[in-house]
Design a protein around this ligand. Structure first.
Ligand SMILES: CC(=O)N[C@H](C=O)[C@@H](O)[C@H](O)[C@H](O)COP(=O)(O)O
Ligand SMILES: C=C(OP(=O)(O)O)C(=O)O
Length: 376
């Protein structure tokens, strides 16, 4: 399997290309199948969806909130997400279709129940999206499953990325890759921070680094490959002008084809024999002296949460919430806490293990966020 060969570094002159269909299928199985076919025709190795168990991913209050947006498929956020969510049976059909036309099929596990389901489907790898990069209990569970993992790092700090790698090491799991990612839609070129790719390669030797991009166009993703990315994921759409939050920053079939062809050209020219190029070398190889590329390749020293990612972190970042009704004075244990998208937000997921043993100053009910002011 190509991805496994890339993750285990058996192949360094190869790039695994993922067409992220995500929720760009508009809730239609037929459209999803057509998208799988188009991704195959463009030369992608894999199609990816997003699997959620809505009650496991979101709190009741997050599902009940009104979703006022041109991209809303329902009155509440829950109705919107329900509309876009394929059933387990539909997943099986999409998997069977992908197998028939010979393209890898997988999804991101948006919660632990979905992680179990994807493991049951025996997908070639499971994606952990940026929203769960700080969901350490889920990462521990995923690491123990011995299924290859591709983990995105958008809207996270470097200490969270360090912790991800530590969790994998502690589980004795080398079958994972880290994706540099910026969670803003579309991402401005100046926020793409492609130099994080070689920075990750130095900080995490032996770990395969990829790129999950949300910028417009394909040049920056090609530059990501020259920077060292050996897995590339881009959102895919049949038409950018459709309703839906992700279409605008997605690639249409012709663009996806041009990205695949660009990467194939690098392979044919032996360009990828060198693991990573400097920014100047990249602009020369791409022969594109444009400002967008220049700012995307500007030097960067630290991985931090960007201003442009705050909206996504607020909307889809995970918080610590009550797993059941808890009484004032109770000392928190792991079984008391869940990690979900919460409305309003609570303490962020990465603090989960810090909260164990702390005492509650007031009652906290199931699905209510744990905030600083309820802790002694
Ligand atoms: C962070 C994360 O999960 N991001 C995903 C992957 O990039 C996105 O596809 C979101 O699911 C999408 O933008 C949500 O849009 P809405 O809120 O309209 O359903
Ligand atoms: C959120 C996801 O991806 P990323 O964080 O890479 O954008 C995903 O794959 O579901």
């Amino acid at each position: 399997m190509l991805l496994l060969d890339i993750i285990t570094k058996n192949l360094s002159n190869e790039v695994y290309i993922i067409a992220e269909i995500g929720q760009n299928h508009q809730g239609s199985l037929e459209t999803a199948k057509l998208m799988i076919l188009e991704a195959k025709k463009a030369g992608c190795h894999c199609v990816k969806f997003q699997k959620s168990d809505l009650r496991a991913k979101f709190t009741r209050f997050a599902l009940e909130r009104e979703y006022v947006s041109d991209h809303a498929w329902g009155r509440t956020y829950g109705e919107h997400k329900e509309y876009l969510e394929f059933s387990k049976e539909q997943y099986r059909q999409l998997q069977a279709y992908s197998k028939e036309i010979k393209i890898d099929f997988t999804a991101s596990a948006m919660d632990e129940k979905s992680l179990d389901f994807l493991a049951e489907l025996k997908v070639p790898f499971i994606k952990i999206g940026s929203g769960d990069a700080n969901n350490f209990p889920m990462l521990k569970k995923a690491a123990a499953m011995r299924i290859p993992l591709v983990i995105s790092t958008g809207m996270q700090t470097v200490s969270t990325v360090d912790k991800i790698v530590e969790i994998m090491k502690q589980a004795g799991n080398n079958l994972f890759a880290l994706m540099h990612c910026v969670s803003s839609y579309p991402t401005a070129s100046s926020d793409c921070n492609l130099r994080m790719i070689p920075a990750f390669m130095t900080r995490f030797p032996g770990v395969t680094i990829g790129y999950s991009g949300h910028e417009l166009g394909v040049s920056i993703s090609k530059a990501a490959v020259l920077s060292g990315a050996r897995i590339v994921e881009r959102h895919f759409t049949l038409d950018k002008n459709q309703k839906g939050s992700d279409h605008r920053c997605s690639l249409e079939p012709i663009e996806l084809l041009s990205l695949v062809e660009g990467i194939n050209q690098f392979k044919a020219n032996q360009t990828l024999c060198k693991p990573s190029y400097t920014s100047n070398e990249i602009t020369q190889i791409l022969d594109e002296e444009n400002d967008e590329l220049k700012v995307a390749l500007a030097e960067i020293t630290q991985k931090e949460i960007l201003q442009s990612e705050l909206a996504c972190r607020r909307k889809l970042g995970k918080s610590i919430v009550g797993a059941r009704n808890l009484l004032k004075g109770h000392k928190l244990q792991e079984v008391d806490l869940s990690i979900k998208v919460s409305e309003p937000n609570g303490i962020t997921a990465e603090k989960y293990f810090d909260l164990i043993g702390m005492q509650l100053l007031c009652d906290v009910n199931e699905d209510e966020p744990i905030t600083e002011n309820v802790l002694a």
